[in-house]
Unconditional design. Structure first.
Length: 619
């Protein structure tokens, strides 16, 4: 968790809205789990460490709900929220370092780099605060992100609307209770004068007392004929019928959609006849109808009571349109996330602390042949090492590579484990992201190989040769063994190339490469440096001083035996420089190559078609 550090407040202080006194009346309420679910969802959906429902009063901003923050309130004059509630739409600060109002805000020793806050309004339109997101890193915030934040803020806004509506209902009930108490006092004073009305007034009092004790939502009472005998103010608001209009009307024609009235009549008649109803004293969901013909989802509780000889069926009804809309919004959000993850070319999963899958994307079916829904609750497959998931459950993000056998065959996989902490900071599980990197590794290997080979002769190129020469020098010193380096240049190649064309010149170079590889051991390294220059590393020679010249002579003899290439008569010869490397030598790859090159030029200047041995220490 983190806490705010406050900079110079004069730089940040927002102005006070004109509706401040009325707006403050809506803020003084306790934290609520419903809002906590919204902020948790926001934190996970947007991948930010801090998500808040921030309310602003006269001197402070305080957090009705918070994720990622320990403190419950901060001064108003250093708040992002104080600025956000001044506008009609979201305040987006993608990089606070570029905004003079906020660039000095610090969170847990790090500057706040990103803020997004959507205003929350009361039923009357007064701005109460914001649903906001905070991160220590700058972020891009797209239109889709803004729409999602606006949707979540609407859910939070509806919470406060229900809170306001509930307060209004309690106020109306209190007025009705006060009216009833007044009536009771009047009855006691006039009891002797109105004895003949005592029974009816007592029954009325009992009936209204029962109604008022239970009327927390829309309340409707009907007699056994199905006619409405009570209709409270919430029912007026929900259905659009006034109490005077509703009393005496058939219940079915007033609140039941036409397509459901037949079933309603049958069930009601069966209950009146037998006294048994399957939906009595239970909370059920139904579809109800308003006066204007529109329908809406509602929660219904039915009870049956007797007042004297009169049977009364009481219905308590709660409009759940907003809840259903929120559930639908959440369902669509989950469907969108599922669609995204199912179409990603990677394994994506969530694993709890017991190492059981709680979520898998569709790639698991492609890899393992098992639908994701059948993996829920099952132990995770042996994709991870024990050390890896232990580290993840301790809060460490872990990335590793391994070989894995699945329906795709044996593949190279890169896996990242991302720990997930709850509101209390305890690790609740981790996310798994596994990518098939087989093709990428194969491509990298091919590119590396191509970068090390000469395209014409398919021999190692200069880069690969220099690496091998460096290894040979290191091995010579370590194993205390000598080796030889041959530097070979074809005699008269330019004349052949110019006289017969480049294609023929390429054919000569390829034949020469074949001669070298055919005449030497598999342990020897043959490379083409450039043009008609070739090199050979001869390792593992018992007597390099005599063996290397013998190899050079053999190559000259083999080359001179060539009589034609591609049907054209040809005479080939070469000049070869030989340099020896001894274990005690301080030669480098460059100096040893230069020594062999000098020896090659000595051979060429001495008449060509011969070899020359480098004299002295290379350097």
């Amino acid at each position: 968790m983190a806490a705010f550090v406050y900079p110079d407040r004069a730089m940040l202080a927002p102005p006070t809205p004109s509706d401040e006194p009325q707006r403050l009346e809506a803020l003084d309420t306790a934290p609520d789990e419903e809002l906590d679910r919204i902020t948790r969802t926001a934190s996970r959906l947007f991948g930010v460490p801090i998500a808040l429902v921030s309310l602003v009063d006269e001197n402070r901003q305080w957090f009705k709900s918070r994720v990622g923050l320990d403190v419950g309130d901060t001064p108003r004059d250093v708040s992002f929220c104080g600025h956000a509630i001044l506008g009609d739409d979201a305040l987006i600060v993608e990089n606070a370092g570029e905004d003079a109002r906020f660039r000095d805000m610090v969170l847990d020793g790090r500057r706040i780099a990103f803020y997004a806050g959507q205003p929350i309004r009361s039923l009357s339109g007064k701005r109460l605060g914001t649903l906001c997101l905070i991160d220590s890193r700058p972020r891009r915030f797209t239109e889709d992100d803004a729409d999602a934040l606006r949707d979540l803020a609407t859910l939070a806004e509806r919470f406060f609307h229900r809170l306001e509506a509930g307060n209004e209902l309690e106020h109306r009930l209190a007025l009705r209770t006060a009216e009833l108490e007044t009536a009771k006092r009047e009855l006691n004073r006039e009891i002797h004068e109105r004895e003949r009305f005592q029974r009816s007034l007592s029954e009325e009092e009992e009936r209204f007392s029962t109604i008022l004790e239970n009327a927390t939502d829309a309340f409707i009472a009907v007699d056994k004929a199905g006619h409405i005998i009570e209709w409270n103010q919430s029912a007026e608001r929900v259905f659009g019928w006034s109490r005077a209009e509703a009393l005496g009307r058939p219940l079915a024609e007033t609140v039941i959609p036409e397509t459901l009235r037949g079933a309603h009549h049958d069930g009601f008649a069966r209950f009146i006849r037998s006294g048994v109803g399957t939906i009595m004293n239970r909370r059920i969901e139904i579809t109800a109808r308003r006066r204007d013909g529109s329908v809406f989802p509602a929660e219904l509780t039915l009870t049956s009571n007797h007042l004297g000889e009169q049977q009364i069926i009481s219905a308590f009804l709660h409009d759940i349109s907003e809840r259903k809309a929120a559930e639908n919004l959440l369902r669509k959000s989950r469907e969108r996330l599922r669609l995204i993850t199912d179409n990603m070319p990677a394994l994506i999963a969530y694993v709890d602390v017991d190492l059981r899958y709680l979520f898998n994307n569709r790639a698991y079916e492609h890899w393992f042949g098992v639908p994701p829904e059948k993996l829920a609750g099952t132990p995770m497959r042996e994709l991870l090492s024990e050390t890896a998931f232990e580290r993840a459950l301790q809060g460490e993000q872990v990335t590793f590579e391994n070989l894995f056998d699945c329906r795709l065959g044996r593949i190279d996989v890169t896996t990242t484990l991302i720990p997930n902490a709850g509101d209390d900071g305890k690790i609740e599980g981790f996310y798994v992201l596994s990518l098939d990197v087989t093709e990428r590794k194969r491509l990298m290997s091919r590119l590396e190989q191509e970068a090390s080979l000469d395209a014409l002769t398919e021999l190692p190129n200069r880069r690969a040769f220099m690496r091998q020469l460096s290894r040979a020098i290191t091995g010579s010193r370590r194993n205390r063994s000598a080796f030889a380096l041959l530097f070979i240049d074809l005699d008269g190649f330019k004349r052949l190339n110019d006289g017969h064309g480049h294609d023929f010149g390429d054919a000569v170079l390829k034949r020469f490469a074949d001669i070298l590889t055919g005449a030497l051991r598999q342990t020897d390294t043959v490379a083409r440096l450039a043009g008609d220059e070739f090199t050979v590393i001869l390792e593992g020679l018992d007597t390099p001083a005599s063996a290397a010249p013998a190899v050079a002579a053999k190559l000259l003899d083999t080359l001179s035996a060539v009589r034609e290439i591609d049907g054209r008569p040809v005479t080939l010869s070469a000049s070869i420089g030989v340099a020896l490397h001894h274990p005690a030598s301080n030669a480098t790859p460059d100096s040893l190559l230069a020594a062999a090159d000098r020896a090659m030029y000595e051979a060429k200047q001495s008449g060509k078609n011969r070899y020359a041995l480098s004299v002295g220490e290379p350097g």
